[in-house]
Design a protein around this ligand. Structure first.
Ligand SMILES: [Zn+2]
Length: 444
């Protein structure tokens, strides 16, 4: 057992449903046994109840739950930064040529390692990962994720039209390859499978029907929706009988509580009502929406319709894997919407980056907050020069924060992956930056 002592904050409540002040909880110590949180409270109380247990001091900064990224593309980790293009041109010029390279299994293996190590370095411990179009590349991703004990839900990306020929597969092949991957990887350790048509623009009715057949096995579903106006118009032309974009999925019964749709920047009210009715979630990807000029996400309308929303980095269109950056951009975009926006507090931002994602992925009984009984996936955010006179702007601001909520605001505004001082996966510290003052372990 280990007692972790520091400024520990999480959002066991839902700031969109309740008073944000009530949604946040702060404690000074956690007791972790075999990777599971066994107690929380004051350091004095935990020490008294468990005398002799080692105490790991995490002084300075904040310990928060591991981040949950609900939309990120594994094959695009080498393709970040394609600025200046709208979605369909960006796909053609940046993303898809890179995705074709994952046909080479050795290439895919290297990319999988870079991608997963990037997630850990950014403090992301759980993710719904948009996979590759190639089954061997998915084997590489799942193998590497299992080795790292990351909480990964992912699947083979399916398309049978309108993409480079190398990325297309007929529905029968898609069905067979996906079924095989589900058998090998779904519910194995922390891994789960997600049926993943790229978007209905590149998936025929026959392909979407194959997807529906795969869903019977208790797996997850993810795809894209309503990202960009040209994309939406193209989809409308491809499915002349559909009521709206969501209907292209709904008529194949692909809108379920285990469905996560990325973007939804331009939904109509009927789509929001349908998402809420079926308990499906939306992955909001604000830096991607900004970089591609896709639009300003209508968060207020989602909340008012009762649609669950979490955050996604959408790398490679997004501007990196660090979820606090997405949270800050989400905040900016809501401010820019004026009265149509929702003014987000630091508590909202922590919730969106952690527990909202766990809820979207059906993992909130295991991760997303620090409740007793949950797995200890955590991130310690603390600038390396916290104790140095002067120091970085974040160090200066943290030293002058009024309270934990104020410290959260300063972290969401200023922190970068360089400020990730520690990451734990089920109680095992997988990232440790040594030679940091205040990180010592006290003697028994
Ligand atoms: Zn995406």
């Amino acid at each position: 057992m280990t007692i972790y002592a520091g400024t520990i904050v999480d959002t066991p409540g839902d700031p969109f449903a309740d008073d944000p002040g009530e949604a946040l909880r702060q404690d000074e110590a956690l007791l972790v046994r075999d990777g599971v949180i066994a107690g929380r409270g004051s350091l004095a109380a935990l020490r008294a109840a468990h005398p002799g247990e080692p105490v790991t001091r995490l002084d300075g900064g904040l310990l928060v739950p591991g981040f949950v990224d609900t939309h990120v593309h594994y094959p695009q980790i080498r393709a970040i930064g394609g600025l200046g293009l709208p979605l369909l041109d960006w796909l053609e010029q940046y993303a898809l040529p890179e995705e074709c390279k994952l046909a080479d299994r050795a290439y895919a293996r290297a990319v999988a390692a870079e991608f997963l190590d990037g997630l850990v370095a950014a403090g992301t411990t759980s993710a719904l990962v948009f996979g590759s179009h190639f089954a061997p590349a998915m084997e590489e991703l799942f193998t590497a994720a299992a080795q790292r004990d990351l909480n990964i839900t992912s699947g083979l990306v399916l398309s049978d039209r309108k993409l480079p020929p190398d990325l297309l597969h007929p529905p029968e092949t898609a069905l067979a390859d996906s079924a095989d991957l589900i058998l090998r990887w779904h519910d194995r350790g922390r891994l789960r499978y997600a049926v993943t048509p790229r978007f209905s623009l590149s998936a025929s009715d026959e392909m979407l029907d194959a997807c529906a057949q795969l869903l019977g096995k208790g797996v997850w579903f993810t795809s894209h929706i309503n990202e960009n106006l040209a994309e939406i118009a193209t989809v409308a032309g491809l499915f002349p009988g559909s009521r709206h974009y969501l209907d292209t999925y709904a008529r194949h019964e692909l809108v379920t509580p285990r469905s996560v749709f990325a973007h939804n920047v331009h939904p109509d009210d009927a789509e929001l009502a349908l998402l809420a009715e079926h308990g499906a979630s939306v992955a909001h990807c604000p830096t991607s929406n900004s970089a591609l000029g896709s639009g300003l996400f209508p968060l207020r309308r989602h909340v008012e319709h009762g649609v669950h929303v979490a955050l996604g980095s959408d790398v490679g269109a997004g501007a990196g894997l660090f979820l606090p950056k997405e949270a800050l951009q989400a905040y900016f975009m809501q401010q820019l919407l004026g009265p149509a926006g929702l003014c987000l507090s630091p508590v909202h931002l922590l919730y969106l980056a952690t527990r909202a994602g766990a809820r979207a992925l059906g993992l909130d009984d295991r991760v997303g907050d620090f409740a007793v009984g949950k797995e200890f996936d955590a991130v310690w955010l603390r600038p390396a020069d916290y104790d140095t006179a002067g120091g970085s702007t974040l160090a200066v601001n943290l030293r002058h924060a009024r309270d934990a909520t104020d410290a959260l605001a300063r972290i969401f505004t200023l922190a970068t992956p360089a400020d990730v001082a520690g990451v734990w996966l089920r109680g095992v510290r997988v990232r440790e930056v040594t030679a940091r003052a205040g990180a010592g372990r006290e003697p028994r």
